[in-house]
Structure formats: C-alpha cells, structure tokens
Design a binder for this molecule. Structure first.
Ligand SMILES: [Mn+2]
Length: 347
C-alpha cells in the first residue's frame, strides 16, 4: 500500500496582522503536518506549492522547515514538492536547495518513482492557460487554479492527461472531483491565510492503490466569527476569546463602532480583532459573491480592453492586475516574473 500525505499552501513566514504569534502559527502548522505524516506512516509527503509566504523566508522559518524535513528524512519519508507563486524565485529555488541537501525532491515532468508509481510535477507557471503533460498512470502535482474556480487549468484536460491523481495547491479550500477512479483534489491551506478561509484546515491522506482519500484535520489558531446579525459586544462578552482571532462582520450601523469592538476584544484577551463591513467581503480569492457582484463590471472592462490594440504581453499584465485570485501583494512579483519570462524568450 502506498499512502501519501498531500499538503500545500503552508505559507511559512507569513506575519499575519503584523503578529509574531501568527508567524509562528504558520511554521507550527507545517510541523504538525510532518507529525501527521509520521503518525500515519505515509511513504511520502507531497507538497503542492507555497511552502513559504515569499521568496525570502527568515532564519527562524528556515530552521522550522529544516527541522520538519530532517524529521521526515530520519523516518525514511520522502518530501516531494513543487514551487508555488509565493516563493518562486529567479533561478535556484528553495526546493532545489533542500534537494541538494538530500531532504526533498523537486518534482518535474520527468517522473519520480515512488514505489512504482510515477509522480510528475509542474511549478506554478503564471496565470496563463496551462496544459498538463502526459502523466500515464501516475500522479500529477501542480499549483494552479482550475477553470472551475475561474483559473487557467481546465479540469477536462486533467481527466485526459493520463494521471490517476492530480494533487493541487493554490486554492486554499479543500475540494475534490472524481471521474471513475480518477481523482483531482485541492488539499487547502494549513492555517487561515485569509479571513474567508472559515472551514477547519486539514491535509489529504491518499491511498494510491485504492484511491481512497481521507481528510486529517489540523489544530490551528482559533478564529471566532461573529456574523452581522449578532450583537458583537454581547457575543465577545459571553465567549472565551482568549488567544483567538475575532472576526466581526458589521452592517452599516453606527453602533457599536469598530473601536468599541476592538477594545472589548483585546480586553477579553483576543490575539487580534478584525472588523469587516459586510460589503467589503470582496477579498475572498474566488468567493461566489465576487462573481455575482462584479461579474458585469468585469465583463464591461474585458470588452473595453479587448477593443484597445494592446500587445499580448500588455493584456497578460492587465489580467494579472484584475485577477481577484492574485493577492495585491503578489501583483508586483507576478508581473515581474511575466516580464522576465518574456525577456528570456526574446533573447
Ligand atoms: Mn497559497
């Protein structure tokens, strides 16, 4: 039996809300995943990208990562990974460094043999349509958004690339699709990277022989969500919010104010308090509300852009800027990476 643990979107190094505690949470989630892998006795941990929040993880975060990788190595468990958009660098990747140290395998289109099962990998390749390589009878690992989620990778193509399993990263919620005995799945992030990631975080445990997928839930920082129809002050007063992140959705009411809510939350021992006006719920990566609310506007802009006589490159930059799935902080690196690719192709 070949059992693997599929994880991704770990975002080690993310100092969420400017808090050291949150930076530690993201590294701790990675070490928890490693422990799950050891407890479950898997043959490999397959990482579908975004191990790090950015290209320059700090020493504490590298140390935590190395501890996890060494623990796997000592137990004889392979760490097989690809590079996500967050950590992608020019030239040598962190994953290449770990590979050189004998701690990881950077998956590529030339398959890695895991107990007779070929494992293929594709690094994040930008927000352009992507075609999967032929992966006969094997596992394909990539870091892209599916067309089901307004992305660049067609689910239909994945059913026909020959892979039995497609293990994805990039979308932060767990999802899975099946066609016959073929499985396509997102593992989801391992800590809440955005407020909208409300569901429990977890990893996939997959039996490559019988195709069985089991979810293993993680213990992560507590988030207390208070919907707009509840009185936030009363709720905070009456619940244990010690060490939690409190998220309050607020209608357009004068009372209570965000300041009042924050003050009470911190007084009750919360780690962080976030107050969101309900209409600002648009930072979800592919939240359905976004499509519904702005669908028409997007359409109008797309049509207007199409009428302009822009080069292919300019249109791609425009796409990156308007793609809600790309966080604001990633627009710059994404455009840079695109220009670098274009420049290299023209050499
Ligand atoms: Mn991610």
């Amino acid at each position: 039996m070949t059992k693997v643990l599929h994880t991704g979107d770990t975002h080690i190094g993310f100092r969420q809300y400017g808090l050291e505690e949150r930076r530690e949470d993201f590294a701790r989630a990675f070490l928890q995943v490693i422990q799950v892998a050891l407890d479950e006795g898997v043959s490999a941990v397959i990482h579908a990208g975004d191990l790090f929040e950015d290209r320059t993880p700090g020493a504490e975060d590298l140390l935590a990562t190395l501890r996890g990788l060494f623990a796997l190595k000592d137990a004889g468990v392979s760490f097989l990974g690809i590079v996500g958009n967050h950590e992608q660098r020019r030239g040598v990747q962190w994953l290449d460094l770990f590979e050189d140290l004998g701690l990881a395998v950077h998956l590529r289109t030339k398959p890695f043999d895991l107990d007779g099962v070929p494992i293929y990998g594709l690094d994040f390749s930008g927000r352009r349509p992507v075609s999967p390589p032929p992966c006969e009878g094997g596992v394909l690992v990539c870091h892209q958004l599916l067309d089901q989620l307004d992305g660049e990778l067609a689910l239909e193509k994945l059913w026909h690339c020959g892979a039995q399993f497609v293990l994805l990263g990039d979308y932060h919620e767990h999802r899975s699709w099946r066609e016959g005995d073929k499985l396509v799945t997102y593992c989801g992030s391992t800590e809440r990277w955005m407020l909208d990631e409300k569901r429990r975080r977890g990893v996939n445990i997959i039996d490559l022989q019988n195709g069985r997928l089991q979810r293993h839930e993680l213990v992560t920082r507590r988030f207390v969500y208070i919907p707009a129809d509840e009185d936030p002050l009363q709720r905070i007063e009456n619940s244990d919010v010690q060490g939690a992140v409190i998220v309050v959705y607020l209608n357009n009411t004068a009372k209570p104010t965000a300041v009042e809510i924050e003050e009470l939350g911190y007084r009750r021992g919360a780690l962080a308090v976030r107050v969101r006006p309900v209409e600002q719920l648009t930072d979800g990566r592919t939240s359905p509300a976004v499509t519904v609310e702005f669908g028409d506007v997007e359409q109008v802009i797309s049509e207007a852009v199409a009428k302009k006589n822009l080069s292919a490159l300019a249109r791609e930059i425009d796409q990156i800027i308007r793609d809600l799935a790309i966080a604001d902080s990633n627009v710059d690196p994404e455009v840079t990476a695109l220009l670098e690719r274009a420049w290299r192709e023209n050499l």
